[in-house]
Design a binder for this molecule. Sequence first.
Ligand code: NAD
Length: 322
Amino acid sequence: MVGVLDCNSVGFIGLGAMGAPMAKHLATKLPGEVKIFTFDIVETIIDGICAEYPDKVYKGSSPKDVAEKSDIIITMVPEGAHVRAVYLDENTGICSTDISRKLLIDCSTIDTATSLAVKDHIVQNFPTALFYDAPVSGGVIGAQKGTIAFFLGCAEDDPNLPRLIHLLGVMGKQIIPCGGPSLGLAAKLSNNYLSGVIAIACSEAMNMGMRSGLDPRVLAKVYGAGTAQNTICDQFNPVPGVCREAPSTNGYRNGFKVQLMRKDFGLAVDMARRVKADLALGDAGLGVYDGASKDPRCRDLDSRVVYRYLGGNENWQNKLQK
Ligand code: NAD
């Protein structure tokens, strides 16, 4: 057993855009004797990371196989259906083997109901196992830099918190305990709802101001100085050319894909309905992200491409030069 982490092996399932860099931090920063077992339905991904870290990262044949070999198992897959398959499949799932006393952490952004169903299954069948939701924020670049934030579904006085902070701290910067099971997800979904609504409102406000004759840089300054101040406007402005580093200025590339925002926004609207929180902007916002994620001019681009979807002028610099 190794230090506060109390484990000899960590499993990682789902090594996509986020999972792969997260697993690489574990591979390079965990003590030499800790082995990492990996699984992804795309076999070449696993072969690649195993070749990159020989004698450290090993290939598992299924989530069950990874669970059998690991003391701690982290999962990072796209949606609730994938989380169900990874944990609950009768033949290949994590829970199809004895996971007593193991620590399981799901970092996927999914609906709270699925997360609670997985937790209930684990509590009933393996009372000594621990399961936490821990969705992340900070994007692919944050995952690569090791600066992502974890919204952890656990109480501040949970006795396992120091161990969780130690482990997640290897892959990210901020670890925020959100109160209890599924509350990490509830926090993440409400956060993305807010960020998604702000991006639409910022696009609309910029568009109406620019059509009235204003330079978007002046508009951004005005919002920044007043009550409309927000990070989307200041750092991720949807209008190309306002923020030098923003995805919009770089062809809306390397950001948070509009389809992912559509997924998270939809999950947030569903959650609000379930907990009976009225939304004035929910259906309208969902319509925008749904439309943009299907629009070939916007698909696969940063979610702030809603500015383009809503008819914003991207060539304003040409017009100003005339
Ligand atoms: P991704 O599609 O790049 O990666 C997901 C990986 O999971 C893929 O490699 C896929 O093959 C694998 N997978 C799917 N089903 C599987 C299964 N049954 N068993 C094993 N592996 C399986 O997605 P991503 O961008 O890494 O996102 C993962 C999660 O993180 C999502 O829930 C997403 O919403 C969330 N997230 C993403 C970002 C981002 O900027 N990409 C930011 C924050 C949170």
